[in-house]
Design a protein around this ligand. Structure first.
Ligand code: MG
Ligand code: MG
Length: 255
């Protein structure tokens, strides 16, 4: 079921989104060569706690997962695309890091992700991140009244394919509101003019996941969560929570 939110609910979701944005900014500030992913998780957890927010990630256990997710961020490094469990791994020079974070505040959810490099970036990683950002921006630009889900999917996929990147097969964005994952599903590739019509008060998490290898297929780590590219190529994942309004897209997780 797709839930349409009131203006007051959008304002409340902006507050949840702001906590996520602050957590991601703090994590990116803290990320440096030698810092562990667990330490980054602690940084994000501190921001959530200070804001009186809780984590929709911590303890999350969808049907595919063998164990509840043990952290407040997903930390996916290099060939890990999404859902990486933050552990003792210490960041190295040139790593490409994707951090996904959610927050629940006053009963509303926010969901956002960033990709960045640590130390000296490889030019191909900078290009991958830049294209992922542009794919998200194209998706946001298509999140307007009168369009449909397929218009967002098409906009994201077009930018990714123009860069000859892969899209993580079967994964995409989602509705969001009182819980982190709501209907509708938002594919990262699709046909314009198709799917659910975009109406004011619909809130979507848009999240292109691009792989440097063009195929976009993946395997799951023995931990049951971390998804890695099959070809070992690097990946980027950038996400914002976006409300469709009469005045155009409103990004609720903007920093
Ligand atoms: Mg997310
Ligand atoms: Mg999401």
């Amino acid at each position: 079921m797709v839930e349409i939110k009131s203006d007051a609910a959008l304002d409340a979701m902006r507050e949840a989104g702001r906590v996520v944005a602050d957590a991601l900014a703090a994590v990116q500030d803290a990320a440096a060569v030698g810092v562990s992913l667990l330490e980054l998780d602690e940084v994000a957890h501190g921001v959530l706690r200070a804001a009186g927010a809780t984590s929709p990630f911590l303890g999350y256990r969808p049907s595919f997962a063998p164990v509840p997710f043990p952290a407040v961020i997903c930390a996916s490094v290099n060939d890990a695309v999404v859902h990486g469990i933050p552990g003792g791994y210490r960041l190295r020079d040139g790593d490409l890091v994707s951090i996904d974070c959610g927050a629940l505040l006053d009963g509303w959810a926010g969901d956002s992700a960033v990709s960045f490099t640590v130390g000296a970036a490889r030019p191909e990683d900078a290009a991958l991140i830049d294209t992922t950002r542009r794919a998200l921006e194209a998706g946001i630009a298509a999140a307007v009244v009168g369009n449909r889900i397929g218009d967002i999917a098409h906009a994201i996929g077009k930018v990714a394919r123009a860069g000859r990147y892969g899209l993580l097969e079967g994964f995409g964005g989602h509705g969001i509101g009182r819980s982190m994952h709501e209907d509708p599903h938002v594919p990262n590739e699709g046909r314009p003019g198709r799917g659910y019509p975009l109406r004011p008060g619909l809130v979507l998490a848009l999240e292109p996941m691009l792989t440097a290898g063009g195929r976009g297929d993946y395997r799951t780590d023995p931990d049951g969560w971390t998804l890695r590219t099959t070809d070992g190529s690097r990946a980027a994942h950038i996400e914002h929570t976006v409300a469709i309004t009469e005045d155009g897209p409103r990004v609720l997780t903007l920093r």
